[in-house]
Design a protein around this ligand. Structure first.
Ligand code: DOR
Length: 446
């Protein structure tokens, strides 16, 4: 199949491209990029790009697809639909499934399922420790062989500094990052909201900033000791961000990510309606923290925007705040929020947005770059910055609907996505799953 994306503003900070271009895609690859393309193969389908922005395929390097084990919340197939709807060509999935993804077989299962759904390139993150129990190293080498892109016990911090040192020493041999969920459970025990004004006002146990910051600091020191690339997951505090800034200034291989939740919501948003969709781990922090995170994103201290897409069933959220599960979904709302709240207001440049949502995740995970260039794999996202979005249950493709943004009116979203030259989103509509081919072992190929 061939596509001609016509007349979009093409932005690719990797090559310095920012201008109106026609882009021809044949099969899996981009075959021409030019100011105007008149000659195309017969049967080429045109995609109108005028007034839109074409960027390398968006990559969300922190999602939970719950498959295997919690398919009632999300499956790889439904999560893939949510990703395509949000404009993503790639996701990295966290290992806190059941069983935990801590073997090569677990990694292979996810990749095969995603290829069968055929809507997104899925890169599994393997568990650092067996069962995410923090006690024994998991099968790191085996998982690397099967395609794990990094390692994390996301959902938990690795409590023992000695164990974390062992993990980082071992992973450092594979040129993959350790993705650290930073949480000292002695300090955060029972906490459900930020410790401080929110916990006092709401009369609930606090989850202190220190519970995250001490472990950010510890893991940076372990990065210095072991040389293992360290990526701090869902950073939420100004002080923790300061540690990352200092580590980067020293030249340590430290990177970090932020969620739209922590950029645009604060502890003040949790009011006496006790919306459990606002219960996330780490918790929503102060407005000063959120402002510092936005500044860190603008100045490049924060590398990646991720969603921490954390689907939960209605009965797991429709209950008292204390017992509700942590997490909110985010794949469909991430780009519209970023466009509405930061790019549209002029606070964040398109170049920084594209770097944080498409380029940096591949860099952090040591994957092939995606570029708007001849010969590149055609992973592309076409964005209409003016298209109005109303977040409704119908707009959400995820199996779970736990978002505090339900009802929100936003401006700007992805309209079309090509994943390795396959159109997974067409004018806002997700394509039907079309399985790829199987190889001689019966594994899905593409
Ligand atoms: O809010 C969260 N939910 N934070 C995490 O770290 C894990 C996630 C989940 O798995 O639900």
């Amino acid at each position: 199949m061939a596509y001609l994306i016509r007349g979009a503003r093409a932005i690719d900070p990797q090559t310095g491209l920012d201008g109106t271009r026609d882009v021809l895609v044949e099969g899996e690859r981009i075959t021409r990029v030019a100011e105007r393309i008149d000659e195309v193969p017969e049967g080429t389908e045109a995609i109108e790009g005028e007034g839109k922005v074409l960027v390398p395929g968006l990559f969300d390097m922190h999602v939970h697809f719950r498959d295997p084990g919690f398919e009632y919340k999300e499956t790889i197939a439904t999560g893939s639909r949510a990703a395509a709807k949000g404009g993503f060509t790639d996701v990295a999935t966290m290992p806190n499934t059941n069983p935990v993804c801590d073997t090569g077989t677990g990694v292979r299962y996810q990749i095969d399922r995603a290829r069968a759904a055929g809507l997104v390139h899925l890169h599994p993150v393997g568990a650092l420790t067996r069962g995410e129990q923090g006690e024994q190293l998991s099968e790191i080498g085996d998982m690397v062989l099967e395609g794990a892109c990094g390692f994390s016990d996301d959902g938990h911090g690795v409590q023992s500094a000695g164990m974390m040192r062992t993990c980082m020493q071992y992973v450092s041999k594979f040129d993959k990052p350790v993705i650290a969920h930073c949480e000292i459970e002695d300090l955060t025990a029972n906490g459900v909201v930020n410790e401080g004004h929110a916990s006092t006002r709401l009369g609930m146990f606090g989850w202190p900033a220190l519970g995250e910051e001490l472990e950010v600091w510890r893991d940076i020191e372990l990065c210095r000791l072991t040389g293992c690339p360290l990526h701090i997951a869902h950073i939420s505090t100004a002080r923790g961000l300061g540690y990352v800034r200092a580590a980067k200034a020293e030249g340590l291989p430290v990177t970090c990510e932020v969620t739209p939740n922590h950029l645009f919501l604060t502890e003040d948003d949790i009011d006496d309606s006790y919306d459990t969709n606002l219960k996330v781990n780490p918790p929503l922090r102060t407005k000063e923290d959120a402002a510092a995170l936005r500044e860190g994103l603008v100045d490049g201290t924060i590398d990646c925007i991720v969603t921490d897409h954390a689907p939960h069933a209605a009965h797991e959220k429709d209950c008292e705040f204390e017992i509700a599960y942590f997490g909110m979904i985010g794949l469909e709302t991430s780009l519209p929020l970023m466009l509405t709240r930061m790019v549209g207001t002029g606070e964040l440049s398109w170049e920084r947005l594209v770097d944080a949502m498409a380029i940096a995740p591949r860099r952090v995970l040591r994957l092939e770059p995606a570029s708007i260039a001849e010969g590149s794999v055609a992973d592309l996202t076409l964005i209409d910055p003016e298209r109005k979005v109303k977040v409704t249950p119908d707009f959400i493709e995820s199996r779970s609907k736990n978002t505090p943004w339900m009802g929100a009116e936003l401006e700007g979203c992805a309209t079309d996505v090509l994943m390795a030259g396959k159109r997974t989103l067409a004018d806002g509509v997700v394509a039907e799953a079309t399985p790829g081919l199987e190889d001689e072992r019966g594994f899905m190929l593409a």
